[in-house]
Write a new protein. Structure first.
Length: 226
């Protein structure tokens, strides 16, 4: 039996979940903006107190590794690494885009074609998104990268492609073609991390706590208002 605490801070939602063998036990999250620094540690205490589980008794801590918000990722990973180091428990990194692709597969009302590409998208400002492609086994078919959503990108689609995430909302109706399907209602949440984290736990795929860094894709830039 493996009990894993999952932390999702790569987007606008601050989210913490507890899973046992990949099955959700509890979830605490909020979509209030810019609260990761204030609330993430509070949510962790709330959820462990609720389930009467101490950090030391956890089998691992999983954290969403990005891409996503520079500040959110930095906060989430720093807290996860600190807890793992202090409690001497493993750190598991879960690809944020893969977790969103997993969430798409959990939509039981949707039937995906066998050759479908699952393409979660994360807002990267303006018409740019971070995306990756996955098949129905969650094997990567397209490299994680920043992409500008323009006619060139959509004309290149030549097989059924399902998109989701806060970046997918950038897609204008004029861009849709016969290959493209939008899967609504999927957002950042620690509840999507548990199954993928458990698979890594079973294979003992852990991160080096001292050297692990999030996947930012871009350098942090400070915007100064004139």
């Amino acid at each position: 039996m493996a009990i894993i605490l999952s932390i999702e801070s790569s987007g606008t939602i601050c989210s913490v979940a507890l899973h046992q063998n990949g099955e959700l036990l509890a979830l605490v999250e909020s979509d209030e903006p810019n609260i990761h620094g204030q609330k993430l540690a509070v949510f962790i205490k709330e959820i462990t107190d609720l389930q009467k589980i101490s950090i030391n008794s956890l089998d691992a801590i999983a954290v969403s590794e990005g891409p996503g918000s520079y500040t959110g990722l930095r906060i989430g990973v720093s807290i996860a690494k600190g807890l793992c180091y202090a409690s001497k428990i493993p750190l598991i990194a879960v690809d944020t885009l893969q977790s969103l692709a997993y969430a798409m597969l959990q939509q039981t009302e949707i039937s995906f074609p066998e050759n479908a590409v699952l393409m979660p998208m994360i807002d990267a400002r303006r018409m740019e998104v971070y995306l990756a492609g996955y098949d129905l086994k969650l094997e990567r078919t397209a490299t994680t990268k920043p992409v500008i959503l323009d006619e060139t990108f959509f004309h290149a689609l030549n097989q059924p492609t399902s998109v989701c995430g806060n970046g997918a909302s950038k897609i204008e109706s004029s861009f849709f073609n016969k290959y493209l399907t939008f899967v609504p209602g999927i957002n950042f949440s620690a509840k999507h991390l548990g199954h993928l984290a458990f698979l890594k736990f079973e294979s003992q795929h852990f991160e080096d706590i001292a050297y692990f860094e999030p996947v930012y894709l871009k350098e942090f830039a400070v915007v100064i208002k004139q």
